[in-house]
Each structure stands twice: as structure tokens, then as C-alpha cells.
Design a binder for this molecule. Structure first.
Ligand code: PBG
Length: 300
């Protein structure tokens, strides 16, 4: 009766890794309980999520062939596009959020086009817009750019509007730290950079004022949701961003946070269920409206 915070299914978003084929379910070693799924299996999982009251999924795909511009990311027959069409048809009511980035599709694994030894921000932005439009046309309700290029939210908004996808919303990974906690995800997606790291475009974990600036800029450019990640290492930032902008705040409990919990639980060092609930509650208490977590079904 006097609890100030709660976590329920309506606040949770489940990430899904979609791959080509049929009947495919490939467990991901560093993310126990999570598997790469072919579209038919993703549809089955979508039904389980809706039945559990979880309203939304965040879709990640894989490249058919990696090249210098990541062109398979916007292919009409790409696996994310196919998943959007199938889920729209077979799981009505499920909200489809798609990750928009180049790293899993580009040959060197960075989130943008590489020119010499730097990332070419402005050459990357139109490619991201192209991916977003292809997702929207396949049925995505919300596109979620995770690349951290400057100016991409505005460019995606204009591209969506020009393509008559005026109702597609944008969930911006606005505050994304260059974090050590993305390791298991990069293994799952084979999206590690082949050279260098992501510190030129992702944020320095030392900075909080910069997080507010990033969040405000993205809202001005048209973001409908602001995301902060990783979640547990950023509780103060979630709280500050919540106070600074009026759109819904989404926290991403990332792969490394989940893997840490699973590893400790496997040793019997933590009560897994209780620790997961406590982490999710803390993220909500900090001010997150929604939480993306690999443990969405499990938390219930
Ligand atoms: C792609 C992307 C990443 C994550 C979400 N989208 C990896 C990265 O930036 O290296 C991380 C998610 C997780 O660790 O669970 N840019």
C-alpha cells in the first residue's frame, strides 16, 4: 500500500535477436535464457510476451552480407523488415521497436562510415535515415537509433515524414555511454569494432551534464522517447534526465548487466529472482518510465 515504486509487465520491453531461416533457436552463451530466433520463432515469442502483458519488443537483425556502407541494413527482404511484417500480421497489439544502427551490417563493425581514421558523422546520417524508413515501411511502430551520430534524430524525422511515415515514433538512444557492459551483446550480434573503440561517438561515463545536453538536443530534433544506457551504472543520470525533459525515459538494462546477474546466480551467489526485481525497481525509482531488459519474461 505504501510502496512508492512498482515494476509491472507494462513497463518492460524485451529485446529479440532475429536471424534468417525457419525453426532456428540458437542460444547465446553469454546471455543465458536468450536465443537468436528465426522469424517464425520470434512470432511465437511475441505471442508469449503479449500474453504476459509485455507490450513491446526491440528487434535486432543480422546482415546477409557485410559491406562498407552496411547496405543490407535497409534491404526490403532483410530479417528485421521480415520480422516486422510477420509480427504485425501474427501478433496484433505488440509494439515493434527496431534498433537502427550500422555496426552489425558494416564490414569494420563501427556504428558509422569510416573515413581514414575517423567516423564520418555526416556521411552516416543519411544511411541511418534510410534504415529507419525501411523499418517503418515494413511495419515498425518505433525506430530506435543507437549509433550516437549527431543530428540523426532530426534527419530520421524528416526522412520518415517525407516517406509518409508520419506516425512512426523515434526512441533515441540519446545517452549511451561507451560502456564495458555491452560485451555479450557484441558477441551475440558479431558487431565488435575490428579496430579502435567507440569512444569517439559514445559518451564518456564521467559525464552527466553532457547527458542532459544530448537528451535536450534529441528532444528538440523530434525524439519521442529518450533512452539512457547502461541502466544500473547510470541511475543518477536517469534521474537527472527524467527531470530535464518531458518525454518518456527508457532505461536499457544491457547485456553485461544481465550476464553479471546470471553468472552470480549460476554460482549460487545471488538469489536471481530477487536480485533482478531489485535492480528493475531501482531503475524505476531513479525515474525510468520503461525498461528494456533481457529478463522481461523472467521478472514476472
Ligand atoms: C548497437 C547497439 C549496442 C547495444 C544496443 N545497440 C552495442 C554497442 O553500441 O556496442 C548494446 C546492448 C546491450 O549490450 O545489451 N549500436
Amino acid at each position: 500500500m505504501i510502496a512508492e515504486t512498482s515494476v509491472g509487465p507494462a513497463q518492460l520491453i524485451q529485446p529479440l535477436f532475429v536471424v534468417a531461416g525457419r525453426g532456428v533457436e540458437q542460444p547465446i552463451a553469454s546471455l543465458p535464457g536468450v536465443a537468436r530466433l528465426s522469424v517464425d520463432r520470434a512470432v511465437e515469442q511475441g505471442k508469449r510476451l503479449i500474453d504476459a502483458g509485455i507490450p513491446a519488443v526491440l528487434l535486432f537483425g543480422e546482415a546477409t552480407a557485410k559491406d562498407a556502407t552496411g547496405s543490407s541494413a535497409w534491404a526490403e527482404g532483410g530479417v528485421v523488415q521480415e520480422a516486422c511484417r510477420s509480427l504485425r500480421e501474427s501478433v496484433p497489439g505488440l509494439i515493434l521497436i527496431t534498433d537502427v544502427c550500422l555496426c552489425a551490417y558494416i564490414d569494420h563493425g563501427h556504428c558509422g562510415v569510416v573515413a581514414g581514421r575517423t567516423i564520418d558523422n555526416d556521411a552516416t546520417v543519411p544511411l541511418l535515415a534510410r534504415i529507419a524508413v525501411s523499418h517503418a515501411q515494413a511495419g515498425a511502430h518505433i525506430v530506435a537509433p543507437s549509433d550516437m551520430m549527431d543530428g540523426r534524430v532530426g534527419a530520421i524525422r524528416r526522412a520518415l515524414d517525407d516517406a509518409c511515415s508520419t506516425t512512426t515514433a523515434i526512441m533515441s538512444y540519446a545517452v549511451k555511454y561507451a560502456s564495458a557492459f555491452y560485451g555479450p551483446f557484441r558477441e551475440a550480434q558479431s558487431s565488435s569494432p575490428h579496430h579502435g573503440d567507440r569512444t569517439a561517438y559514445q559518451m564518456d561515463p564521467a559525464n552527466r551534464r553532457e547527458a542532459l545536453r544530448e537528451a535536450r538536443l534529441d528532444v528538440e530534433e523530434g525524439a519521442d522517447f529518450i533512452m539512457v544506457k547502461p541502466a544500473l551504472p547510470s541511475l543518477d543520470v536517469i534521474s537527472a534526465v527524467r527531470a530535464a525533459v518531458d518525454v518518456p525515459i527508457v532505461a536499457y538494462q544491457v547485456s553485461g548487466e544481465y550476464a553479471m546477474l546470471k553468472a552470480a546466480a549460476a554460482h549460487g551467489w545471488l538469489n536471481e529472482q530477487a536480485a533482478l526485481r531489485e535492480m528493475l525497481l531501482a531503475i524505476r525509482r531513479a525515474g525510468a518510465d520503461l525498461i528494456i531488459t533481457y529478463g522481461a519474461l523472467q521478472a514476472l
